[in-house]
Design a protein around this ligand. Sequence first.
Ligand code: ARG
Length: 494
Amino acid sequence: MTDRLGAGTTKAWGGRFATAPDARSEAFTSSITFDNRLVREDIRASVAHVRMLGRQGIVGPAEAAEIEEGLWCVWDEVEAGTFAFGLADEDIHTAVERRLRELIGPVQGKLHTARSRNDQVATDTRLWTKGAILELTAGVVELSRALLDVAAAHLDAVMPGYTHTQRAQPVIVAHHLLAYVAMLDRDLDRLRDAYRRLDVLPLGAGALAGVTFPIDRASVAADLGFAGITANSLDAVADRDYVLDVMHACALIALHISRLASELVSWSSGEFRFVELSDAFTTGSSIMPQKKNPDVAEIARGKTGRVFGHLIGTLTVVKGLPLTYNSDLQEDKEALFDTVDTVLGVLRVMPPVVQTMRFNRQRLAEAAVADFSLATDAADLLARNGVPFREAHEVVGRLVRLCLEDDITFADLSAEEWSTIHPVFANQRPPMTAWESVSARDVPGGTAPDRVKAAHADASAQVDAAREWFSERQEQLAAVMRRGSTGPRRQPVT
Ligand code: ARG
């Protein structure tokens, strides 16, 4: 027996294997080409783990210190860009260990006591995703701020509001822009929510069932700035909800921006001429000299496709997977990284697009009252005078038809004509300007000027709160992810 206890292969799991993996198998199963993005999180989590092993006497304190020092040396190589890895490293967790062994020798082997790559990868990914959520939050805050700035400059401008892409009722331009701020505010909330839920440490779950050593999970959580620890070891290694939560939040961010982008595309067209986009955020045509294309908005809208695709793809990867860890889960990372990169890219470019566009107030004001957009106001006037609204609707509808037949508008009607339409109109005339019309919609959430001003203030306060939430956590995470970090001393407040 003993003479058959040869060296195995060079893999981290090589002992059981008599021959090395086929090159095709190795290339196919390796995740190092993409999960190397987790290298800092991997090193930092290993530092927290080995410190705990030392504190608990699971490895000797001197050995723990030696391993920690070695890990920081690998960190330095990462920073210097000299940390090299290859396909044979399989994944980033193995690559870090391999390099550590080269630096400090066999004592490195003690680092993997009381843990598995299954709880390790979940820990690294959660740590990385915390940073990603904070960056996304900052990006959404920036876009909200840009919209709020433009809204502030257009509290006194009117535009047509639409249903069914038909002019419906006039609204204040700021009110329309604040609708997007409201969407983004929900996005901020979703990001915070995703953060709160993912802010628990899975390390200590081991491969799936927990570990046989007297570990102290809470202290590792505190070292890494997690608010708590996962409750069930099986769930800890099988769960990817935190990836899906962020992808879902990103999908809605992308969706909201695609709607904004679409409006910018329409508004900047010759058909609308509501806005002029800045030359700096548009492009020309290679053949048509006159063209100015809203490329940035179009591409921002187009990016939504891959973001949705990644969400559906990852939902499909996790769907029906038996507990607990399965290698299928390795497929989460490229989708997650690309989702975050894509949405951050969109969030980076959209604020200046919004800030530099110029509204054509004149054109907006004309369009706001065109196509009988004040017809509801006329019907409302009748209803205020006791006419049942359905009847008032009928009366004004007939009036619109007559005007259309004669190719005139409400403004062209004489006093006499008004009174023949309905006795109420003999003494009272319905609003004739968009400003009167919007002012009348004086309800919470409505487009009356003072309501919009108040809504702007509320929305600003909400964005400021999100910014504060972001910077507190950003500081805390930066403190964790610093070389030599000792981590937060006490549990962070969530
Ligand atoms: N590269 C793997 C992943 O990304 C790490 C976990 C591997 N665990 C395992 N038992 N093979 O999911």
